[in-house]
Design a protein around this ligand. Structure first.
Ligand SMILES: Cc1cc2nc3c(=O)[nH]c(=O)nc-3n(C[C@H](O)[C@H](O)[C@H](O)COP(=O)(O)O)c2cc1C
Length: 231
């Protein structure tokens, strides 16, 4: 499965089999996390065989079961951390999907204390959220989506822009809020913004990653992007 196919196949999955992730696949995930850390100035780690974070009341209330592996999305406190967390976390989500694994972002329904301990959060670091990963008991369920017209502003948009928006609408967002907007501000310039909501900055990073995949990075530049990715 390609990364593009993964965009269309992925759905959040909360119930997992106890089947462990094979060493080879876990190594691929951990290596990619290291690459994301180097590029994005993050400290993401893959936590394995640690069932406590998803055993709490909150996790069960959120319908999670059988989770023992997850990415701890961690970074140094600082500007842009949440957006970068979303952007690189989603890259890991899509890689997991291409490897035949399922995932679910969790910012609320898990035990922060257990995850902090397991991920050994250091001084100056922040645990932004986690992403459950493993073999799902289902492949998730379809959900409602906003229409393209609800999340974009453009006159005579080119195909690459529409494809970017289509991919962004397939992205996970907290409580499926989809509170984002893409505006075509020049022939090849796009402005992405969050329109409030819980965890809107993480969502923005996630949908920007999807937009780039759909639109093709070679076709446009982000307006307001400084290029400085370090926290
Ligand atoms: C930043 C973020 C935080 C999330 N936190 C939780 C959570 O705490 N509990 C949960 O059950 N789902 C959580 N989700 C999953 C969303 O509910 C899910 O992505 C959304 O409903 C869209 O469904 P889909 O992922 O199947 O497309 C979160 C998603 C994102 C992007």
């Amino acid at each position: 499965m390609t990364e593009e196919e993964a965009v269309f196949a992925r759905r959040s999955v909360r119930a997992y089999f106890e089947r462990p992730i094979e060493e080879e696949k876990a190594a691929r995930l951990a290596e990619e996390a290291e690459r994301c850390n180097a590029e994005g100035g993050l400290c993401i780690r893959l936590v394995r065989d640690e069932p406590d974070a998803f055993r709490s009341f909150l996790a069960r209330y959120g319908k999670f079961s059988g989770v023992s592996d997850y990415f701890a999305i961690v970074g140094k406190k600082g500007k842009g951390l949440y957006e970068r967390a979303g952007y690189y976390g989603e890259r890991l989500v899509l890689l997991a999907e291409t490897l035949g694994l399922n995932t679910c972002w969790a910012a609320l329904s898990f035990s922060k204390g257990a995850a902090r301990r397991a991920a050994k959060i250091g001084k100056g670091e922040k645990l932004v959220c986690v992403i459950a990963v493993g073999y799902g008991k289902t492949q998730g369920a379809p959900r409602r989506s906003k229409a393209a017209a609800d999340v974009m502003r453009a006159q005579d948009p080119p195909d690459w822009f529409l494809r970017g928006v289509e991919f962004a609408l397939r992205a996970p967002t907290a409580v499926n809020q989809q509170k984002f907007r893409f505006t075509l501000t020049g022939e090849r310039e796009v402005f992405a913004e969050r329109l409030g909501g819980f965890y809107g900055e993480i969502d923005l990073g996630i949908v920007k990653y999807h937009f780039e995949l759909g639109a093709g990075k070679e076709n446009f530049v982000w307006r307001g992007q400084t290029g400085g990715k370090k926290a």
